[in-house]
Design a protein around this ligand. Structure first.
Ligand code: CBF
Length: 761
């Protein structure tokens, strides 16, 4: 009897084919957990703790089966019994523990850390309602809770508990672990998610994300990024962050003591990676814990400095947190005191250098500044971004600590983003270049086939099948019908003005006019958007509204709708991404140069054979370098131009708005059709914003964007050449494996024992 049959029989006393998908899901969950329990733990002395406010892990069943090496065995057995793993996975809720690139990167990193045989856990929080679930109503985004935790899930209750002391409360935490398995390797790591028993979600206003932000005890771990537009919201963010880091720091100390540390040598036992500024409070907290255990302040500070590294993921000031000292005094006075001492130390060391102060002239503590002074490494996430940090944003720090600065270009795990998301392409690669790429991420041997007509045709067939899969998925999940023979053109990412979804919307208006004028595209075009807007970010929600209204106008127009379709995928998440990305022909990476630190969607699309349409921003620069200019479409001002424009206040939106090609497109936002279907207030606000302010300069690159897009659609008609160029993209994607990124982190920053070193690039 097979392993699966055995489990099924024990649980339900019936054969596989008589079980429901939900029953099979439960059995597979148990099977995987039991297999995990049987794996040996790491025994190495030094361990990594990857602190992150987000871990956007996606559904875990398939991925865990894949990493444990039993995917084919289970899948075949299910098929033989008339069942499908995809259907079974429908029973799994996608964990709502992340927002965007930052969280997904953390999830890819955990996979790679484990796959490379590195001893390392992720530290975060167990948000009961996650970020939020996006619902569209009257073409507007509504945010409702996303209660993803079910009785049976990947969360394993751990008996560890810690006391976390705030000014007004002391809480006892609870801990949930999620096992992380590495591909083909036997040791597991864990995601450690701290929580509070008293958080139940009972008092939330039905169907909304409104709750009493001052009721910390009942709401501390309710939402990721709770609304911080008022004082209570700001304090709640501090409560959350401190709760996460205090638990994490206590765990580090306990585990190090268990492994034989005397605390003075703690840096030999643990290394902390601070992922963006949210976990930066771990620095003063660790100092507090060490001094409490009898070490002097200065000694503690040196230990912490030697064990802490910081990654900056953005230059947007909204994400570089600065806490008013008065807020810190209100929530965590002991920590505020330590921050003051840390600041004084730095002020004494760098007198008069205000740019590097931790506490500024307005009494705000800069978390990034603290992490740079009191850590041994600071890295950006793509070469261009790291250069901007050194030359512009953090240049005063670079002047004093040049050796701390380094770059680690982001990466994505190939397990999820090709093996799981695009099995047909993965199998095709196996047959062409041997399955070795699954371990090494080396796809270069594929280049040998770039002029092989049969291979090119096969790649096109795979793409078509993925379009069919997407069609089916959108039909069932969104009730939307797309044309599988159309060009699939996708922009999926958080909705933010700097990412310029509004620029793509203006292009759509151009295309709409063009089609009305009789210029119908040879192949129909489907443009898909996906992404959430922060609920308090009004203009981003206006952009969603504009796109949804526009798509309705197009659908209603019989002259246009056979040639152009616009879909905004509701509640975009990892699951949707796994269908969207393999089906894409065009990957939209059109951020305002200098603003997108790296991007990782760009890498996923490339790996799955989409051609990139991009500005020279973030990791697009490195993609372009690898595939060559003839296999990518670039446009727009470069980052230096944009940095200069900001520095000199040199951009004036009306200079662009009044151009002949641009004004009719922007004014369409206020056309009678849009005003009839849409919300006048939202549309007027957006129109006014774009035509007068346009802070993220959607208009500056618009004309060039339109021209390049037209060229791209025209080029698509040469199907063979297009597919040949997709092959070149896939073949050059190996560098963007997160195994390579983690290998780089470990070599340059963490210096941990690493069991596996298969990476090629
Ligand atoms: O480094 C991972 C990603 O992080 C962000 O999403 C972020 O939230 N700071 C950036 O915007 C991305 O460019 C980056 O790829």
């Amino acid at each position: 009897m097979s392993r699966l049959e055995n489990y099924v029989l024990k649980a339900y006393n019936k054969p596989i084919r008589e079980c429901s998908d939900a029953e099979l899901y439960r059995v597979l969950l148990d099977l995987v957990k039991d297999l995990g329990d049987g794996l040996p733990k790491h025994t190495t002395k030094k361990k990594l703790y990857y602190f992150s406010a987000e871990f956007l892990i996606g559904k875990l069943l398939s991925n865990n089966l894949l990493n444990l090496g039993i995917y084919d065995e289970v899948n075949n057995e299910l098929i033989a019994n008339g069942k499908s793993l995809l259907d079974i996975e429908e029973a799994e809720n996608e964990p709502s523990l992340g927002n965007g690139g930052l969280g997904r990167l953390a999830a890819c990193f955990m996979d790679s850390i484990t796959t490379l045989g590195i001893n390392g856990d992720g530290i975060g929080l167990n948000y009961h309602f996650g970020l939020f679930q996006q619902v569209f109503k009257h073409n507007n985004q509504l945010a409702v809770p996303d209660p993803w935790i079910t009785e049976e899930s990947w969360l394993n209750r751990n008996e560890r508990r810690y006391q976390v002391k705030f000014k007004d409360y002391t809480f006892t935490s609870t801990l949930y672990d999620i096992d992380v398995f590495g591909y083909h390797h036997d040791k597991r790591n864990r995601l450690r998610l701290f929580d509070l028993e008293s958080v139940t979600g009972d008092i939330i206003e039905e169907g909304t994300i409104h709750f009493d932000k001052s009721n910390i005890e009942e709401n501390l771990t309710l939402f990721l990024y709770p609304d911080d537009s008022d004082h209570a919201g700001n304090l709640l963010r501090i409560y959350q962050q401190y709760f996460m880091v205090s638990n994490g720091a206590q765990l580090i100390i306990d585990e190090a003591l268990d492994r034989g540390s005397n605390l003075r040598d703690l840096a030999d036992y643990a290394v902390i990676q601070i992922n963006d500024t949210h976990p930066a409070l771990v620095i003063p907290e660790m100092v507090r814990l060490l001094t409490e255990r009898g070490l002097s302040f200065d000694e503690s500070v040196e230990i912490v400095r030697n064990m802490t590294a910081f990654t900056n993921h953005t230059i947007l000031s909204e994400a570089l947190e600065k806490w008013p000292m008065s807020d810190l005094d209100e929530v965590i006075p002991e920590i505020a005191k330590i921050i003051r001492r840390l600041d004084e130390k730095m002020k004494a060391e760098f007198p008069g250098n205000h740019a590097v102060a931790i506490i500024d002239g307005h009494g705000r503590a800069h978390m990034a500044h603290m992490a740079i002074h009191y850590g041994f490494s600071i890295n950006g996430v793509a070469r261009l971004h790291s250069d901007i940090l050194k030359d512009t944003e953090l240049r005063h720090f670079y002047d004093i600590y040049p050796d701390k600065f380094n770059n680690k270009t982001n990466g994505i795990t190939f397990r999820r983003w090709i093996m799981d998301a695009n099995p047909e392409l993965a199998d095709t690669l196996d047959s062409l270049i041997s399955p070795e790429w699954r371990d090494t991420a080396d796809l270069k041997p594929l280049l040998e086939y770039k002029d092989d007509k049969a291979v090119i045709t096969k790649l096109r067939a795979v793409k078509f099948n993925n379009k069919l899969r997407l069609k089916k998925h959108l039909k069932t999940s969104q009730g939307v019908d797309i044309n599988e023979h159309s060009i699939i053109d996708i922009q999926i990412k958080r909705i933010h003005e700097y990412k310029r979804q509004q620029m793509l919307a203006l292009y759509i208006i151009h295309k709409y006019f063009d089609i009305k004028n009789g210029n119908v595209p040879k192949t129909p075009i489907t443009i898909l958007f996906g992404g959430k807007a922060a609920n308090a970010y009004t203009i981003a929600r206006d952009i969603i509204h504009m796109i949804l209204t526009l798509s309705q106008i197009i659908d209603n127009d019989p002259e246009v709708s056979p040639h152009l379709k616009v879909v905004f995928v509701e509640n975009y998440n990892v699951t949707h991404a796994q269908y969207l990305i393999p089906a894409a022909d065009i990957s939209e990476q059109i951020s305002l140069a200098s603003k997108e630190a790296s991007g990782t969607g760009n890498m996923k699309f490339m790996l799955n054979g989409a051609l990139t349409l991009c500005t020279m921003d973030g990791a697009n620069v490195e993609i372009a370098e690898r595939v060559g200019q003839e296999n990518i479409y670039t446009f727009g001002r470069d980052s230096q131009d944009i940095v200069n424009l900001y520095a000199t206040n040199g951009y004036n939106a009306p200079d662009y708005y009044y151009r002949d090609r641009i004004k009719p497109l922007v004014d369409f936002i206020l056309s009678p059709g849009m005003l009839y279907l849409g919300d006048e207030e939202r549309l007027r606000r957006l129109h006014h914003d774009i035509s007068t302010k346009d802070y993220f300069m959607a208009l500056i690159d618009l004309e060039e964007f339109i021209d390049v897009k037209e060229k791209m659609y025209a080029d698509y008609e040469d199907h063979d050449n297009w597919s040949r160029r997709t092959l070149i993209n896939i073949a050059n994607a190996g560098y963007f494996s997160s195994d390579r990124t983690i290998n780089d982190y470990n070599r340059d920053i963490w210096h941990l024992e690493q069991e596996h070193q298969d990476i090629k690039e």
